[in-house]
Design a protein around this ligand. Structure first.
Ligand SMILES: [Cu+2]
Length: 149
C-alpha cells in the first residue's frame, strides 16, 4: 500500500518539525536588549552572573575560544547556585554541554544554539561538579569547562 507509506512519512516529518520547534523555544537565549552590552570592555555585572566571552581572546581579538572574564582561561570556577552568562563577542558559536571524546557529544544539560555578536545565554548550576562544554560549530577546537564548588 504505497499511499499508506506516504502518509506515515508525512506524520514522521510533522512530528520532527514539532520536536525541533519545541527545542528551539526551550533555550533562554536573549537578544541585544539584554544587559550588559556585549561590545564594551568587560564590565563586571552586579552579582549573579559569571561572564564568559564567546569568540574573543584575552587580547580582545576575534578567536575560536571561550574566555572566562575572571580566570582569563576557558575554565570558570563558581559556587553552587551561581550562574554563568556567555556573551557572544564575535563569530558564530554555541555553548553546548558535553564532551568531545571522538567528535563532540551533547549531554543535554544546556545548549544555546548557534548565536552571533550580541547574543547572551545563561545557565544556573545548582549542584557541585565539573561541567565540560563545547561549541557546536568548532567542535574539539573550542571547549570550556565550568567547575562548580
Ligand atoms: Cu565556535
Amino acid at each position: 500500500m504505497p499511499g499508506m507509506t506516504g502518509r506515515w512519512h508525512l506524520r514522521a516529518l510533522l512530528l520532527l518539525a514539532v520536536v525541533a520547534g519545541a527545542v528551539a523555544c526551550g533555550n533562554t537565549m536573549t537578544g541585544p536588549s539584554a544587559t550588559p552590552t556585549p561590545t564594551g570592555s568587560p564590565t563586571p555585572t552586579p552579582s549573579v552572573f559569571h561572564n564568559v566571552y564567546v569568540g574573543r581572546n584575552a587580547s580582545g581579538s576575534p578567536d575560536i575560544v571561550f574566555l572566562d572574564s575572571t580566570s582569563g582561561t576557558s575554565t570558570s570556577t563558581i559556587r553552587a547556585g551561581e550562574a554563568v552568562q556567555w556573551i557572544w563577542a564575535n563569530g558564530s558559536h554555541s555553548t553546548t554541554s558535553g564532551t568531545c571524546p571522538l567528535g563532540c557529544i551533547s549531554d543535554g544539560q544546556w545548549n544555546s544554539g548557534v548565536g552571533g555578536s550580541g547574543t547572551y545565554f545563561q545557565h544556573t548550576f545548582p549542584v557541585a561538579g565539573t561541567f565540560p562544554y563545547f561549541c557546536s560549530v568548532h567542535g574539539p577546537m573550542m571547549q570550556g569547562k565550568v567547575i562548580v564548588q
